[in-house]
Design a protein around this ligand. Structure first.
Ligand code: PLP
Length: 400
């Protein structure tokens, strides 16, 4: 018998993590790669937050904590949800995890029975379908076209719901498209969900602060008390405070679900590192100027990368409302011939060509469930954006 479970054989390593490994290897070989695959802010954690972590270590916050999180962090999360999202959770409705990622996984573990369906709008964050599979659930992928802003519409949602539907996943602003649901769009989805009271909503709001121009992030649970009773709101400090390596996420939802998630954490990872929870509590409670500064920086980068990509024949780039990704369409490059005579047949081919020919690393849309597109992260300097786009432009000009 195979040593590995069927469950684990059904999944693949995260493609974005694999891309990071590939870029690291090429750089180790001395290649000068412009990397647009990065899924994290490029700045360091703000110094005042680092200092809070150091202080926590020095003051002896070095032990196990409650599996749902320290009281200090839970209170900071409670205040944050009230202040920024209009969400009024009791402390028993909150749970802290090792990143938003663990909480999403744990939510599925706590609720999904074999064969239960999870509706995953595509393009999706690469981990969602595999996390569903790992919990013996069935991801139901719903392609959302660029014409619909890469967003789930009421009609698409209605068609996807069956008696086995357990969850619908929302990710706003989205990785990989930057799409952000407006209040009106969320209310239209709520109308559908009202007719299907067995369907729960998992809303991943990890990029909430990265909303540009007039775009405003809205939490679906704040719009309707009935929906809030079957919504799990997921967030974390990774993207808001450049704290990806600290591994602190948090979630708010119905007490019964949250309690089950805490039990699962108590039997798996016990708790998030105590000093990291202290730093996260500080980040959420301290002056928020660093968040606005980061948003302004990312907006300038977004504007630049969208303009530069749109100037390249064969590439068409919609302006994302949020997050730090663009998702340009590359149908104009499909069917073209490379200088050594290969035909680009898919966005995967395009991404490999750009890596070989332009020394630019991008993600292929295939990994995110909607082709032919690429995903480029603009969590990098304007200088790197200019160099990278110049390289892409040259490589595209060499296609016949
Ligand atoms: N959700 C989305 C949509 C993401 O893009 C990411 C990270 O790339 C995460 C969650 C993971 O966040 P965390 O670092 O809190 O686990």
């Amino acid at each position: 018998r195979a040593v590995l479970s069927q469950r684990v054989r059904a999944i693949k390593p995260s493609p974005s993590m694999a891309a990071k490994t590939r870029v690291d290897q090429l750089r180790a070989q001395g290649q000068d790669i412009t990397d647009f695959t990065v899924g994290e802010p490029d700045m360091d954690t703000p110094a005042h937050i680092v200092e809070a972590g150091v202080q926590a270590l020095r003051s002896g916050q070095t032990r196990y904590t409650s599996s749902v999180g320290t009281r200090a962090l839970l209170q900071a999360v409670q205040a944050k949800f009230r202040r920024e999202n209009g969400l009024d959770y009791g402390l028993d409705q909150l749970v802290v995890g090792t990143g938003a990622k663990q909480l999403i996984y744990t939510a599925f573990s706590a609720t999904v029975d074999a064969g239960d369906e999870v509706i995953v709008p595509a393009p999706f964050w690469v981990s969602y379908p595999d996390m569903v599979l790992l919990n013996d659930g069935k991801p139901v992928i719903v392609p959302c076209t660029e014409a619909d802003g890469f967003k789930l519409t009421p009609g698409l949602l209605e068609n996807a719901i069956t008696a086995r539907s357990k969850w619908v996943l929302l990710n706003t602003p989205s990785n990989p498209t930057g799409a952000l649901y407006t209040e009106a769009e969320l209310r239209a989805l709520i109308e559908v969900l009202r007719r299907h009271p067995h369907v729960w909503v998992l809303t991943d709001e990890i990029y909430e602060h990265l909303a540009y121009g007039d775009a405003r992030h809205v939490s679906i649970a704040a719009l309707d008390a009935g929906i809030a009773q079957r919504t799990l709101t997921i967030n974390g400090v990774s993207k808001a405070y450049a704290m990806t390596g600290w591994r602190v996420g948090y979630a708010g939802g119905p007490a019964g679900l949250v309690k089950a998630m805490g039990t699962l954490i108590s039997q798996s990872t016990s708790c998030v590192a105590a000093m990291n929870q202290a730093a996260a509590a500080f980040a959420l409670s301290a002056d928020q100027a660093c968040v606005a500064q980061a948003t302004a920086l990312f907006k300038a980068r977004r504007d630049r990368i969208v303009a530069l990509l749109n100037a390249i024949p064969g590439i068409r780039c919609a302006q994302p409302a949020g997050a730090f990704y663009v998702y340009p369409g590359v149908e104009g490059l499909i069917g073209k011939k490379t200088p050594d005579g290969r035909v680009l047949e898919s966005d995967l081919d395009v991404s490999m060509y750009l890596l070989d020919e332009a020394k630019v690393a991008v993600m292929d849309g295939t990994s995110y469930g909607l082709s032919p597109y690429l995903r480029l992260s603009f969590a990098t300097s304007i200088e790197q954006i200019e160099i990278g786009c110049e390289r892409i432009a040259r490589a595209c000009a060499n296609l016949a």
